[in-house]
Write a protein that binds this ligand. Structure first.
Ligand code: FPP
Length: 230
């Protein structure tokens, strides 16, 4: 019998690592690396939807990243503002729905507001869903769900637990890509990636080309997903 391979992933998640090192190699400030990362993120997310992927979740800022020096954080917040101001109309035009997961109370107030507007403007887009994880932590997501279950005073099963997470509206990621050489998950989608296929690359995020995206997709397509079964 022919083995069942994975095909095109429905949901890709990406840990966009290596912006700082990309800048350092060019003797540029770290902020220049994040700017290059954002530029790449914009074209990469379009390329992802063009390949038939329906959901793309990008790790833009972890809860732990919020302890970085103020100067770097302020630079990232400036990029977030620019992104929402300049790109939401294009997303709406391309019918890409924007969703945010993470604790927005950890961010400057105006960012929370522009994010809500961005979600509103792109609601119902049929091409796919771009999920930005900002101020997101996998453990914090799990803890909030546990506390909600405790508040409700009733034991939950896996399905019910998943519905208490911030990712409740999306299926679990099929493929998780991490750029920038590190071989870890860094508090990203901990519960949700139990059976996700991983693709790690040394390439720094601003250099992660469409060609390498295709290599990651080809690697995924050839995999046999058994979910622990035979
Ligand atoms: C990790 O690289 C990257 C980040 C902490 C930020 C990622 C952000 C972007 C790509 C821009 C996002 C913008 C929007 C609007 C969502 P690093 O700084 O840890 O790199 P290093 O490991 O080389 O130092």
């Amino acid at each position: 019998m022919k083995e069942q391979t994975a095909g095109v992933p429905h949901h890709i998640a990406i840990i966009m690592d290596g912006n700082g090192r990309w800048a350092k190699k060019r003797l540029l400030p770290r902020g220049a690396g994040h700017r290059a990362g954002l530029k790449r993120m914009i074209s990469l997310s379009e390329a992802i939807f063009e390949r038939g992927v329906k959901i793309c979740t990008l790790f833009a800022l972890s809860t732990e990243n919020l302890s970085r020096p103020q100067e770097e954080l302020q630079g990232l917040f400036t990029l977030f503002r620019e992104y929402f101001e300049k790109n939401v109309a294009r997303l709406a035009e391309k019918e890409i729905e924007l969703k945010i997961i993470g604790n927005l109370t950890l961010l400057p107030e105006d960012i929370g507001e522009i994010i809500r507007k961005g979600e509103e403007q792109t609601r119902g887009g049929q091409t796919g869903t771009l999920v930005l994880a900002i101020g997101y932590g996998g453990r914090q997501d799990i803890l909030a769900a546990v506390n909600e279950a405790v508040r409700r005073g009733k034991e939950v099963n896996e399905k019910e637990f998943s519905s208490l997470l911030s990712t409740k509206d999306f299926p679990e990621p099929d493929l998780l890509i991490r750029t920038g050489k590190e071989l870890r998950i860094s508090n990203f989608l901990l519960w949700q990636s139990a059976y996700t296929e991983f693709y790690f690359t040394d390439t720094l995020f601003p250099d992660f080309s469409d060609r390498e995206l295709d290599a990651a997709l080809a690697s995924y397509a050839a995999r046999e997903r058994r979910y622990g079964k035979l």
